[in-house]
Design a protein around this ligand. Structure first.
Ligand code: SF4
Length: 290
């Protein structure tokens, strides 16, 4: 279950490195569109707990560690008290700053890392990103916290996958590593020729590169997200905004954003997920339920 406290991200303030197309140009960035409060957040988490069999709550965004009160601490504490495993997906830019207030409740820290060195990683996420990543890893290793990795690839960086694997295995020798998610550019409903030229390459090359490192990773689960053709289905994923809005990936590459199904507080969570499942199993889905 993915929970979104805010949709904006502080990576946007990073400076691009010379020769970079810009920071996270592959991201479907948008301004924050979640307006909520602490009481609403806890009610939303309660509804999910009572109306689903979900065991893990993934706090993602945007970035959930923004430099303002997005009710993260309240949400983590409450989700933990409800019995959920908690995974925070973050670029880590403010992890050290907020770590002391969240460490009690977080089970897995998923960090974005797109290269095995500053030259590659900073090209994607901004000047200084790799140094912050290295600092975060040292912090999490020092307390033997469980980590996971999220890697976005381009036609050039896919050749660095083996070196990233070596880096991750090195981390795994000091602290638990749960999984590694490797992704390829996905022009979901926002086809952009310039971005496709920057980041795009064939799904066959992507899959071959992922397959070549999979065995080395041992107990670390490797998940891959290749570019999909319009007819390919996405994995079924439910996203809940902290104001109760429920959205899903229904598999339509043509949809400009996730389908909005309703609000869990007004409509109930289980009925919305049942509706999503029936839409997904329909023979043709247009990607527009709004
Ligand atoms: S760090 Fe993640 S959410 Fe933030 S701009 Fe980059 S890809 Fe988007």
């Amino acid at each position: 279950m993915h929970v979104i406290l805010n949709t904006d991200c502080n990576a946007w303030s990073m400076n691009p490195t010379p020769g970079s197309p810009g920071v996270c140009r592959f991201c479907y960035r948008e301004r924050n569109r979640v307006a909520t409060n602490a009481e609403t957040v806890t009610r939303v988490l309660d509804v999910i707990a009572h109306e689903s069999a979900a065991r893990r709550m993934v706090f993602t965004g945007g970035d959930p560690l923004m430099p303002y009160d997005n009710h993260l601490e309240v949400a983590l504490r409450h989700a933990s008290e409800l019995g959920f495993e908690i995974n925070v997906h973050t670029n880590g830019l403010l992890l050290r700053e907020r770590y002391g207030r969240i460490r009690e409740w977080v089970d897995v820290y998923s960090l974005a890392i797109d290269g095995p060195d500053a030259a590659t990683a900073d090209w994607f996420r901004g000047d200084g990103y790799f140094a912050t990543f290295t600092d975060n890893i040292a912090l999490l290793e020092s307390e033997r916290r469980t980590v996971a990795f999220n890697t976005f690839t381009s036609s050039t960086s896919i050749n660095e996958l083996d070196r990233i694997a070596t880096m991750i295995l090195d981390v795994a020798s000091r602290t638990p590593v749960e999984y590694w998610l490797i992704s390829q550019y996905r022009p979901i409903g926002r086809a952009d020729a310039r971005k496709a030229a920057l980041y795009g390459f064939t799904p066959e090359d992507f899959s071959a590169a992922v397959d070549s490192i999979r065995e080395r990773m041992g107990q670390i689960a490797v998940f891959d997200q290749p570019t999909r053709a319009p007819a390919d289905a996405y994995p079924f994923r439910v996203w809940v905004l902290a104001d109760g809005t429920v959205t899903v990936d229904l598999g339509s590459v043509a949809a400009p954003r996730n389908d909005v199904l309703g609000n869990a507080l007004a409509d109930g969570f289980a009925p919305l997920v049942r509706r999503a499942l029936s839409l997904r199993s329909a023979p043709y889905h247009s990607g527009d339920t709004q």
